[in-house]
Design a binder for this molecule. Sequence first.
Ligand code: GLC
Length: 420
Amino acid sequence: MNKDLDCRAQEILRRNDRGGYTVPTHGLYPFQWNWDSAFVALGFAEFDRERGWQEIETLSSAQWDDGMIPHIVFHQDDDGYFPGPGVWATGKTPATSGITQPPVLASVVRQLWEQEGTDPTHPRMRKLYAACVKSHRWFHRFRDPLGNGLVMVTHNWETGRDNSSEWDAALARIDTSGVGTYTRRDTGHVDAAMRPKQHEYDRYVAILQFGRDCGWDHREIADNGPFRMIDVGMSMELLRANRDLLVLAEAIGDARVADELTNRIALSEQGMDWLWNDEVGAYCSRDATTHESSGLVTNASFLAFYAGVGSRQQHTRLIAALERLTASAAFLVPSLEAGSREYDHRRYWRGPIWLVVSYMVARGLAEQGHQDWAERIRRDSARLIEKSGFFESFSPETGEGSGGPDFSWTAAMWLAWCGK
Ligand code: GLC
């Protein structure tokens, strides 16, 4: 069985390969996505190391001069997708979107490099290291409005957990009166019951239009944009990525960057408590403008282990929250706690499981001494693929697949993690 699934996973990556980059899935997502590619590189590296490195090199070649690595790279147009390059109108070559996605690249570069024996002169590592330093500086410059080392997102699509209820309150304030008409493409590929609702989509488009109308001026977007959330997921991921980048800086002997990263890490470690919500006993996303906490326990809350933050007491409460999830979920880790407002085991980021988040959560749990939980999440993830195949996401109740089929990062997670 495992052998068959290994072959199938490799086949999916080969089939989704468009020449130097991989699409997440055929049809629904026909371009290169930022954090998808980072995880995909881990999958390729299991059977074709050259192709693994190439995936993230192609991604980093679309980095903006200011350091931002865009969330989508439109290597070729495809009118089966909305919003395409003409709507974003960033004027870049290759065409890209105007926002970013979770900064997991440095963590992946470190992993690939360590798998090859930690040579500090490794040319591919060094090139990507430089891109990551630039990208992390971009985050520090434009996305830390409170100066506490956490990450602000200016579009819910940046979080990678696009439709999470964490964004509902902030999205509800968005004025959609100027949005105009457009045709969605996502619901032409998958069941509308699994996708965001129309009024939600209008808000996503309105935020995009703000960025476009100011010529993608990242200062203006950060200071005056309509959506300003401190995302628990990106804050944890960047902290982890800073730690991984520091390992590379030290290996290379780049003392200036090592100092800079050490300071950033200390700042984020202290700042993270701003996201702690004592009522629910977890880290939660919080609005940068109103300071309101979402009060929602999502799979991203458990990335605290991966980021290496939290006191003993906070860890105990997080484990209690994980325990609570198992009451309603046959499989871990759901993207939203059952019983929360808007929980739906089939709808996009409001219940379904995404294996890439589960992978980071499990890694963190293992590193912090919770091997039993880490192993349980790994087993559940493998069972989901064994039962339903390589879907975009899965129901935590029934294990059924949701979203797109033959998904690249799900295949990659099988090869690099849960199928091993
Ligand atoms: C969806 C997900 C996002 C992912 C993209 C491509 O938009 O929410 O995290 O990067 O699909 O798979």
